[in-house]
Every structure is written in C-alpha cells, then in structure tokens.
Design a protein around this ligand. Structure first.
Ligand code: SF4
Ligand code: SF3
Length: 539
C-alpha cells in the first residue's frame, strides 16, 4: 500500500504497511483498485453523458464509491470489494449501451478503458504508478478534491439534489488523472476548476439542507445529559438524523449529536424534537472514550469513524458510505432506513454518563449573521472589531493541534473567529466572550458550511465597501485533516483568496514544485508558532 491522502500520514510522507488511521494495507490496495475502476467508468460515462444516455444510478454509485475511500469512512475490505464488483457491472452496462448505439470504437480505447475484472490484478493502480512527482502530486490533489465533492454531493443527493455539471466534472477529473498528455499547467487549471465545483456543491447542499430543515439560527446547544437511555448520531448526514428522530419520537429514547452533527441542533426543524437533547462530547478522534461512556447505540452516518473498542462495537451502527467490520450496517430500502434495532437496543442500555454541562453556541450561518450585518459593520467601523479570522476545517488527534486552542486564546479581544467543521472543537468551549453582543466565535456549522463563511465574508466585505477580497479585514488560518478540507481549500484558492495559513502540517502529496506554485500564485503558507502567525494574521 501507499497512501498519503490525509494529514496524519506516516512521518509526513506516506503510510506503507497499515494506515495511521487504522486502515489495513489490504483495504488501501483495494481502494486504489476501486478508484481505478471509477476512472474506467468515468471514461465511458462521459461519452454516455454526451449522448444523453447517462443514468442517475451511475452517479449514485460513483458518489458513494468515491466517498467510501475518504479517510475514516469504510474500513471494510468486503465493502470496497463489493463496490469494485458493482463497478465492473456498471462499466459493462454503459459500455454495452455505447456499443449498441454505435458510439464506441473498441479498437481505439485508452488503457484505462480496457480494464476488466481479469486484467485488474496486472494493473498498477497505486498512486506511485505516476512516476513524475509533480504530475503525481497534481493528479492526487485533483482526486482528493473530487473525493471531497463526492461526499457533499452524496449528502445533497440524499435530499433529492442532482447536479449534472458536478457529476460531469467528477468524470472529467477522473479521466484527466489518467491522461499522460496533460501538463502541469493543465492539471493546475483542473484543480482550480475542482475548487469552483466545490463551491457549487457546497451551495447545493446548503440549499437542500435549508429547504428541508430551515435556516440555522443562533442556538445555545445543551452539552449535558438527562436520565433516559439515548442514541448518539455522528457523521454529517442530516437526513439520517431526521429519520432517526421521527422513529424515536415517543419511545422514551433520547437522541444526542456527536462531532460534526452538532450543527443540527441549530436548525428549526430539528429544534422541534423535544427528545433531541443536545450534543455529547467533542470531535471525532475522542470517540473511543465518548462512545464508551455514552452507554447507548451509536449511529455513524459518514466519516469519521475510528477503529472501535471491543467494549462498544456491539452498540455501533453504520449507514451510507461508512462501514466497519463488526458494526451493524443499515441499508436504505426505497429511501427509508429502519432504525428499530438501535431503538430496541437503546431501551436495554443505561443513560449516558454526563461528561460536561452547560451550553455552547451554534447556528451562525450566513442567514443569521448577515441579518445582523448592520451591527457587525458598525462594530468594524467603530474599531470594536478589528479583524475576522476564518479558522475552519478539520480537527485531528495529534498534540500539535493544541496550536489552534492556543491561537484562539491568544487572539486579541477585538477579533472574531469564523468557524465551520470539526476544527471548532479546539476552541468552541473556551470563554472568549462577546463584542457588543456578537460572540467572538461564530460557528457556521459543518465543514460543508464553509460555504456559509464565504457568503458571510463576501456579504460583510460588500457592506464595508471593499471590492478586493484580499483587502478586507479577514485572514485565514485553516486546519486540514481529510479530503473534504482539501476541497474547501481549493474552493478558497479558486476564489483567489491570498495568504492562507495552512496547518498543522502541509499535505505530503504536495510536491516541492507544486508548493512553489501555490506559494507564488496564492502566497499560501504553513502555520508556524502562535506568536509568529499572530503577527502575520492579525497585526
Ligand atoms: Fe495513512 Fe491517512 Fe491514508 Fe489512513 S488515510 S492510510 S492515515 S494517509
Ligand atoms: Fe471532521 Fe472527520 Fe474533517 Fe467535516 S469529522 S471535518 S475530520
């Protein structure tokens, strides 16, 4: 195996035996094969799409398969193997349709299109098959951005959204990553196009989320517990939460959010449920302790799952693209998921052990922030707010992430943090206070709600009279871990945002030359120390 797609990759270079995340070498190799099968499907489906022969089922398959390979999503060899087999079936169906319509010359196919179940084992599907370090770097940057797109498009699809342009770009990018005629410049253009599609897909997800569940509103979210047995929901999928809340209503079983599901507590539609008690625990990497002390069943609706302890694996359920051997996987039937097994088990469990008490604030999506824009603009004009710092992205388990807590604490009192994603858990329980009633940490939601931060930044900038995005009093200190954060970063770059500070370490898949281009074009920089970065980002 060779995998370097996430921030905690071994020695900052690449995982080569088993993943630092717990992914087995066998699964990593299967994921490489799966991605290669998807590239083959993409070749055929591009042609089918042009001829109006593409099927929604193919998009659904592609989104789920890509999503399953994101860090901390599907750890099962069987889960990935199953998608490979289905992938060959999909590839064959499309190919046959093209042949039936005289749209394919079988004697003129690129290598990736000649893939079959029999010759798969003879192909080098690994990342290192691309020898040129810079081309490899750009191809992987593109693929990781596409994985990020797939996750958000999948959540949006669950709520009925289909964006043909986004799905078509996924195919374009997958095929481009096999095309040896493309130069580094061509690939850079595609990487930035990926950022553009990232914006579109986050906008799609925001649209369907808010249409379905209302606009998030500032909310004090309870972080304590009460005495009933409960079910804990983690991951990112709001439709799964909705189905669970409907099925648990009146059963005496409470529901709590965990990790990236915290923002659900701020949507009007979810606030209606009296048995949605609040949020339990912190970010994804703390789940081993927190799932144990929760006592009841846990539902993972997407990443991040970590290899569980034996003590709670019998209470662990997965659904959608996420999976783990030993956990029970729940499959949708005609769009409906049956959570009765969790409810039945919850009734036999003790109530959660309380870890903390009080509340934390959430719900600062663009609708709620911009409806208070006058107040915020006044605070900027009168000098009460000097700077906004966007601290969005991912959290991670390594000690160096203490930097983000220290940075948030050290920020001067005339600064406001704009956050989204699980990165927030490094500072969302600090008592950072308010400026004229405006909290100093404005939490827009999940990582996909980075879209909201962009709309907030653009809205405030317009009201403050700035025409250049880089002139506004906003700086960016982004934390990344997995591939959705890669997509968010590409989106920021596509919007020509300069001077982004990125940490806690730079991606191993960015080669020295690609980094040089990013530095020259966007002045992107690694984070350093709190003191040094404070000067760069605030002074
Ligand atoms: Fe290593 Fe990250 Fe890949 Fe897991 S996802 S194998 S930790 S690089
Ligand atoms: Fe977090 Fe996994 Fe990236 Fe949605 S839950 S941001 S790491």
């Amino acid at each position: 195996m060779f995998c370097y797609q996430c921030e905690e990759t071994m020695n900052g270079e690449g995982c080569t035996k088993n993943g630092m995340c717990g992914k087995k070498g066998e699964v990593a190799d299967l994921q490489d094969d799966l991605i290669y099968v998807l590239k083959s499907i993409a070749f055929y489906n591009q042609k089918a799409r042009k001829a109006n022969l593409a099927e929604n089922n193919t998009d659904e398959f592609m989104l789920d398969a890509l999503f399953s390979t994101i860090t901390n999503t599907d750890f099962r060899a069987s889960g990935i193997q199953d998608r490979i087999e289905r992938g060959f079936w999909v590839q064959n169906e499309i190919k046959q349709k093209l042949l039936d319509n005289n749209l394919l010359d079988e004697n003129d196919l690129p290598e990736v299109a000649t893939l079959t179940p029999d010759n798969l084992k003879d192909r080098n599907t690994g990342i290192l098959a691309t020898e040129d370090e810079d081309i490899r770097s750009l191809r992987e940057l593109l693929i990781y951005g596409i994985k990020g797109i797939s996750a958000y498009a999948h959540h949006a699809m669950m709520l009925g959204n289909r964006n043909k342009k986004v799905n078509s770009f996924i195919e374009e990018g997958l095929v481009a990553s096999t095309d040896d005629s493309l130069t580094d410049k061509d690939l850079i253009a595609l990487v930035l196009k990926c950022g553009e599609k990232g914006f579109d897909v986050m906008a799609d997800l925001d649209r369907v989320n808010t249409a379905e569940f209302g606009n998030p509103e500032p909310t004090h979210v309870n972080i304590g517990t009460r005495g009933n047995p409960g079910i804990l929901v983690s991951g990112h999928d709001l439709k799964d939460l909705k189905q669970l809340l409907d099925q648990t209503e009146g059963t005496g079983v409470d529901v709590y959010t965990h990790g990236e599901m915290l923002p659900a507590n701020s949507y009007p539609e979810f606030k209606k449920y009296e048995h949605l008690v609040g949020n339990y625990g912190g970010s994804w990497w703390q789940q081993k302790q927190e799932f144990e002390s929760f006592n009841g069943p846990i539902l993972l609706t997407s990443n991040c799952i970590v290899p569980p302890r034996e003590s709670y694996i019998d209470r662990l359920y997965t659904t959608g693209s996420v999976g783990y051997d030993g956990a029970t996987h729940i499959i949708a039937k005609e769009g409906k998921k049956d959570f009765s097994a969790l409810i039945k088990q919850a009734k036999t469990c003790e109530a959660p052990v309380q870890l903390e008490e009080g509340t934390i604030m959430g719900g600062f999506a663009y609708t709620s922030v911009l409806s208070n824009a006058d107040k915020i603009v006044d605070a900027v004009k009168t000098g009460k707010i000097k700077k906004f710092i966007v601290m969005a992205g991912c959290d991670g388990r390594h000690k160096n992430r203490q930097y983000y807590t220290d940075f948030a604490e050290a920020l001067p009192e005339d600064t406001v943090i704009l956050t989204a994603g699980c990165a927030k858990y490094r500072y969302n329980k600090l008592k950072l206070g308010e400026i004229d009633g405006i909290p100093r940490v404005l939490d827009a939601g999940q990582c996909n709600d980075s879209f909201s931060l962009i709309v907030i930044a653009q809205g405030l900038m317009a009201r403050l009279g700035f025409t250049d995005v880089n002139e506004a009093p906003i700086s960016y200190n982004i934390a990344w871990y997995e591939q959705k954060a890669v997509l968010v970063l590409l989106t920021l770059l596509r919007l020509e945002i300069q001077n982004i500070t990125l940490g806690p370490t730079l991606p191993a898949f960015v080669s020295a030359n690609v980094l040089k281009v990013l530095e020259e074009k966007f002045n992107i920089k690694p984070n350093t120390t709190v003191e040094e970065d404070m000067v760069k980002l605030v002074e």
